[in-house]
Design a protein around this ligand. Structure first.
Ligand code: 3PY
Ligand code: MG
Length: 272
């Protein structure tokens, strides 16, 4: 069973923690597949995907057993939704639209059991196998759970330092698409607004001793700038866009093959 210790250590040493947004896959094998491709975490997306809680639980538990950390993005800050995701397999949250320190404090509390939070205690907690007592499992969960607050509005950006300082918030995560759309620069992933946000968010996280991450851009040079700014928690695309990228690449390759290969029609070929 994996936990988040390895992931935290990796980032603390300056390494990149690479992950993928799971919005399209419908198999519990997706974590094992992405782990084999060199990823360290997945995000089960309830904000932008019709994923069912049952399937998300299966994907999360299979991911833990395959050595890749399952995080979830809830559709809201509702502590009941968060409890459902965290007590059935997710080992952390990437929480959308956290604009204020008060919202950050509320989601941090929703993600941990008492005395560190208000997360409702289930009958058993499946994340660490079934050998621990419930008390031991809850204590370990409180240490392991990873909570990222998404910075994806002008208000959130202005509050980045205060949000990073909230106890129980482990990191800031730029939602580049929403941030750009919300601030009136739709799709401008290569422009100055995102560039400035990367510096501010990475700096705020660093000053608070927290991690910083981002999702949204595809351009490699934007990611190089993000890494240079200090961002280490990287959401490289989603499973659907990765599939489309690979499929388009293969289709283009075979189109080139067809264009450069003399036509060869089998003698008995018939189109009738
Ligand atoms: C965004 O870019 O708005 C996200 O939520 C993460 O990709
Ligand atoms: Mg977003």
């Amino acid at each position: 069973m994996t936990g988040t210790t390895e992931l935290r250590r990796r980032m603390a040493k300056g390494g990149i923690a690479l992950g993928c947004n799971v919005r399209f896959s419908r198999s519990a094998e997706v974590g094992a597949v992405l782990a084999a491709c060199g990823m360290q975490w997945i995000m089960l997306d309830f904000e932008h995907s019709p994923l069912s809680p049952h399937l998300a639980g299966d994907i999360a538990l299979a991911a833990l057993r395959a050595g890749i950390v399952p995080l979830a993005r809830p559709s809201s800050h509702d502590p009941h939704e968060i409890a459902g995701l965290l007590t059935t397999g997710a080992l952390g949250l990437i929480v959308p639209h956290v604009d204020t320190p008060a919202q950050a404090a509320a989601v941090a509390a929703a993600a941990r059991f008492a005395p560190r939070g208000v997360l409702s205690v289930p009958g058993s907690l499946p994340h660490f196998g079934y050998g621990l007592s419930l008390t031991e499992a809850c204590a370990r969960f409180n240490d392991e759970v990873l909570v990222f607050a998404m910075i994806e509005s002008a208000e959130a950006l202005a509050n980045a330092a205060a949000i990073a300082a909230v106890p129980g918030i482990d990191g800031l995560f730029i939602g580049a698409s929403d941030l750009l759309w919300e601030t009136g620069h739709p799709g401008d992933y290569t422009g100055p607004v995102l560039r400035d946000a990367m510096d501010r968010v990475a700096g705020a996280a660093r000053d608070a001793g927290k991690f910083s991450g981002m999702g949204g851009p595809r351009e490699e040079h934007v990611w190089q700038e993000a890494i240079a700014a200090g961002i280490r928690f990287v959401m490289t695309e989603n499973d659907l866009s990765l599939l489309m990228r690979g499929a388009r690449d293969r289709a283009a390759f075979f189109a080139r093959c067809a264009a450069t290969t003399p036509p060869h029609v089998p003698e008995r070929a018939s189109v009738a």
